[in-house]
Ligand binder design. Structure first.
Ligand code: FAD
Length: 423
């Protein structure tokens, strides 16, 4: 039996395994987590709109009925390409998994632009832990504002700075503005409606991947929600108390107790390890450069997919789920074609467009010539996210939660958990 080892139960790896359902292969799916995380909705966990379990799904449950998949929880620690074995640190220690084909979809991590120390101050949203940490920080700031008597300190506690105005930053800023507004009656002294939500962007517009007209609409929508978009501003320093921002007019230090990082991504470290093992090149954000059929040069048995990949002959693809999913499906097709002794055409990304939500009933959509903003774009965003969410139960739960919070403006998951609940 042909042995396929897949690294990563993210968008790419999952599709590769699912599309090998009927193939005569034995699949081992390795991930350091025992669940698939639907990253596009992580910001809703970070803002108490959804519970973690509603955007995650256990990998074992996904493959319960697919007999040719074995799920292994463990961290890939390197590559033994000569022996065609994958070393993995499991709960029991180091194990090695032999393969005939290796598919690697390790994803990406946030890029702190040479300042890894900022990570401790400005939390990221790439992981479930990151989302829960941000949730605690936002809610703790509101709690502290309720008891803080000094007006300047209270203002700093009610200032939230989101760095990066791509879709994640815009969604996050919009949601924080909504929390502040929706919870105003829950507090007595903290005037949460006075919260300042700053969206800091080094470029000259928000949602730069969208046409300028939609960017301008998103900008106005953000302002009407109470967000202050600060474009052409570069973050040059940050700490627990403030963020230092440089613009054409000089530098300004803005007091802000909660800083959230949503700027730029780097390929996951595993991309660099694979490149070092195979001698492949990496690009300026650490993505491994692969052949047009997604194989690593000189290693036709190794296929790399998703956020961690740059295809040699193509301009970089956006780091979005559809790219990873299409690459995962392509990898499965390539394996099946090889087993049949056939050739597969090179990978081609079909770009179906871009969507970003800004807040309740506000979104922008740029879908194959169709440019929409407002309620219909938001409805489309909602349906597409529900469609791609894994598991019927999660779809139903998220649909119910969204419906309830749409009408009641409530947020059921405003919980401060972990050690941080202590003062
Ligand atoms: C906050 C946020 C919002 C987003 N919003 C959108 C959106 O609205 N629309 C959209 O299309 N895209 C969005 N994206 C991007 C999208 O989530 C990614 O493009 C997509 O997840 C990439 O899929 P992937 O399979 O390459 O990696 P991932 O989905 O990140 O999966 C990688 C997997 O590899 C595992 N892994 C990594 N290294 C190792 C290792 N050494 N050992 C074992 N396992 C390992 C990880 O645990 C993970 O499960 C968003 C991303 C974020 C962070």
């Amino acid at each position: 039996m042909h042995r396929v080892v897949i690294v990563g139960g993210g968008f790419g790896g999952l599709q590769a395994a699912l599309h090998l359902r009927r193939a005569d292969v034995e699949i081992t799916l390795v991930d350091r987590r025992n669940f698939h995380l639907f990253q596009p909705l992580a910001y809703q966990v970070a803002t108490g709109a959804l519970n973690p379990g509603e955007i995650c799904y256990p990998l074992r449950a996904i493959f319960r009925g697919q007999e040719n998949v074995r799920v292994v929880m463990g961290e890939v620690t390197g590559f033994d390409l000569d022996a065609r074995e994958l070393p993995v640190r499991t709960v029991l220690g180091e194990e090695r998994f032999p393969y005939d084909t290796l598919i690697v979809g390790g994803g990406s991590k946030y890029n702190y632009f040479g300042h890894p120390e900022w990570q401790h101050v400005a939390s990221e949203l790439k992981s479930l832990e990151g989302a829960l940490h941000i949730r605690s920080r936002i809610l703790r700031s509101l709690e502290a504002a309720e008891v803080e008597e000094d007006p300047a300190q209270r203002a700093a506690l009610l200032t939230f700075a989101v760095v990066g105005a791509g879709p994640t930053g815009v969604e996050m800023a919009g949601q924080i503005a909504e929390i502040a507004r929706d919870t105003r009656r829950d507090f007595r002294l903290a005037d949460t409606e006075k919260a300042r939500v700053l969206l800091i962007e080094a470029g000259d517009r928000v949602l730069a991947a969208f046409p300028p007209r939609l960017s301008a609409r998103a900008f106005r929508s953000l302002e009407s929600l109470g967000v202050t978009p600060l474009v052409d501003r570069m973050v040059t320093d940050l700490d627990d108390e403030s963020v230092l921002v440089r613009s054409g007019d000089g530098e300004e230090r803005i007091p802000a107790k909660t800083i959230i990082w949503a700027a730029g991504v780097l390929a996951a470290s595993i991309a660099g390890h694979l490149a070092a093992a195979t001698g492949a090149k990496t690009d300026n954000v650490g993505r491994i450069v692969v052949e047009p059929d997604l194989t690593v040069e000189g290693h036709p048995e190794v296929i790399a997919i998703g956020d961690m990949v740059k295809v040699r002959s193509e301009p970089p693809y956006p780091g979005v789920a559809p790219v990873a999913m299409q690459m995962g499906r392509y990898a499965a097709r390539l394996v099946r074609a090889r087993l049949d002794g056939a050739r597969a055409a090179d990978f081609r990304y079909v770009d179906k467009g871009n969507l970003a939500t800004i807040g309740r009933a506000r979104a922008v959509a740029d879908l194959k010539g169709l440019k929409l903003s407002g309620f219909f774009a938001w409805l489309m965003w909602l349906l597409i996210h529900l469609w791609y969410l894994i598991g019927f139960q999660n779809r139903l739960l998220v649909f119910l939660r969204w419906s309830i919070s749409f009408f009641t403006h409530g947020r059921g998951a405003r919980l401060i958990t972990g050690d941080e609940h202590m003062p």
